[in-house]
Design a protein around this ligand. Sequence first.
Ligand SMILES: Cc1cc2nc3c(=O)[nH]c(=O)nc-3n(C[C@H](O)[C@H](O)[C@H](O)COP(=O)(O)OP(=O)(O)OC[C@H]3O[C@@H](n4cnc5c(N)ncnc54)[C@H](O)[C@@H]3O)c2cc1C
Length: 397
Amino acid sequence: MKKVVIVGGGTGATLLANTLDRRRFAVTVLSNSAVHVFQPALLYVAFKHAAADVARDERRLLARHVRFVEEPVTHIDLPGHVVTTGGGRRYDYDYVVVATGVRTDPSQIPGLSDVNEEFGDYHTGVAQAQKVWARLDAFRGGTIALGQSSPIIKCPPSPVEGILLAEELMRGRGLRDRTRFVFFTPYPRPYPAEPMNQIVEPILRARGIEIMTFFDVDRIDPRARTIFSIEGEEIRYDLAIVIPPFVGADIAYEPASVRDANRLIITDRQSLRITGFDDAFAIGDATNLPTSKAGVGAHLEARVVARILSGERAAFDGRTHCPVDLGGGLGTFVIGSYTAPVVKYPPGRLSHLMKAMMARIYWLSLRGTLEPVFDWYFARTDPHRLSRTEPANRRAA
Ligand SMILES: Cc1cc2nc3c(=O)[nH]c(=O)nc-3n(C[C@H](O)[C@H](O)[C@H](O)COP(=O)(O)OP(=O)(O)OC[C@H]3O[C@@H](n4cnc5c(N)ncnc54)[C@H](O)[C@@H]3O)c2cc1C
């Protein structure tokens, strides 16, 4: 029996733990929280006041043979094969897999903690997302500013989704004429990948949303209700929903060089090994892989690691497949990989429906039993295959 220690209790960790063969692996999951949040639902908590099925007990999501320990990991000694928790317990392993995600860090930008405290944000947790809803609910007119404050982001479509849903909300409430919307981004265009921007930007413009590009948030003055950019521009707001910067987990590593300045783990793009170690892997948002930080990545990477541990040849191809809610019942997907640029995927009602459907099947998908369905679907929507079809002729899947 090989001992596998999985650090983290989110999307990637749970799927991997449930997928490994119980006859060959003794699996321990160490997480600082037994509450598993379905994070995509935070968008709907914040902008649609959704309440249903946002979080579940991690112990119930894991197969019975998996050992779960609720304790924060504080130290991982890669050469010594030891993981240490805040309670001082030590776990040795044959393989370690780090799936600790990223967390928001408003402290990086002066004034941002106060702004997040006042208006909430929808990337930190349920309580913060509920605060966004409370502020939107009480809003009666003025300027709503929404954007990301740093280039690293969990779920790259989420800023665009947020402003479109906020605009839809105010329109529905008859407050649109009294509301100015400003969308800001550090990138040169509203969606960083150009083919997807060709879909997103016209929609933002058609809905009268002002766009400020190359807007790197430098500081915020909550009293003057003004966001300042490094480039010297300003946004005056009445309500600000600012997505904070993201950093990796607060864990000390031996050697420290396996992490970058944002505490992301330096990970081999294909094998998902932590650089320099054959028996240590990282998956999901915790890595520095050049892919979108999204649940689908964590999912696919977990499967690659499960296959490698089982002795198969497997490599991650950088595949991403992120649903985008464009409001008005329309959706699209950001689909790409290391070798295939993001495709221009036409908006449709079916894509929107599929995003809603994922919310329903998420908990079940963590069991690993739906993999044949995912395999079929991902093959059908392979970005190489899609890019061979003209966008105008392509039907939304
Ligand atoms: C608003 C929003 C919308 C989103 N929409 C989508 C979407 O539509 N589609 C999509 O694919 N993705 C979406 N995502 C992103 C998706 O939720 C994440 O990318 C995904 O959860 C990443 O999985 P992970 O396993 O890497 O990390 P996570 O699921 O974040 O899990 C990290 C785990 O590590 C644990 N942990 C952290 N530090 C420690 C420590 N020191 N010790 C022990 N445990 C620790 C945490 O408690 C947690 O259990 C969205 C995210 C947000 C915020």
